[in-house]
Design a protein around this ligand. Sequence first.
Ligand code: PGA
Length: 251
Amino acid sequence: MRKKIVAGNWKMNLSLSDALELSSEVSHYLTKSKPACEVILAPSFTFLSALKSIKEKSCFLLSAQDCSAAASGAFTGEVSAMQIKSSGADYVIIGHSERRKYHHEGNELLLEKIHRALAENLNVIFCCGETIEDRNSGHHFETVQEQLTRVIFKIHESSISKLTIAYEPVWAIGTGVTASDNQAQEMHAFIRLLIQEKFPDHADTMSILYGGSCNEKNAAALFSCPDIDGGLIGGASLKADSFIEIIQAAG
Ligand code: PGA
């Protein structure tokens, strides 16, 4: 059986007190309702250790939104996988399209980051997804296949169980335009097929999350698709009510 996962990617939002309040509200819901899905909160680096104490009394897990490809040293402004792990994170998101776009992160760097995260025993949420140009020109499958082939398929099979994939079409992120259930399911099934070909023992157990304007209104339909195992939620994870409704949609 595959794990259902709902992860809140807070991006560069919220003050420390907002982050504590939101995570406390989510924590209160989780301890009361004990949903079957795994819930992950991904705050800014600076809030990880503050949220760790709430996490310890609750049942959510913590993720960073990125990590450095370097282990340590003179890299001003960077945050290492070891520092993230020692601040209480269980996961790190790698390859988000905002990192690819604004920080020009390419496949080679992403692979190094993943190796660094795995060396610290962090789980990895690897993001992939096509631009609107890729989709309009009919190259969306090709784009996603290349992102997986150049990064995920270079990882040793012994680490594959530490990976979760998030399919996030770039045109759906923060735009209010969600992929239709069919578009999302079709791509998730394609990703699972590729995993099946490369790592046959892992295709049935790897969670593949959908991300891109997923909210409390469309989550239930998306999550009921056979190859969609939950969501990576941006905007709708910033309010306790909507995020909790999305958790409920994942069961
Ligand atoms: P969104 O962001 O839900 O606001 O579209 C998702 C993401 O970028 O992970």
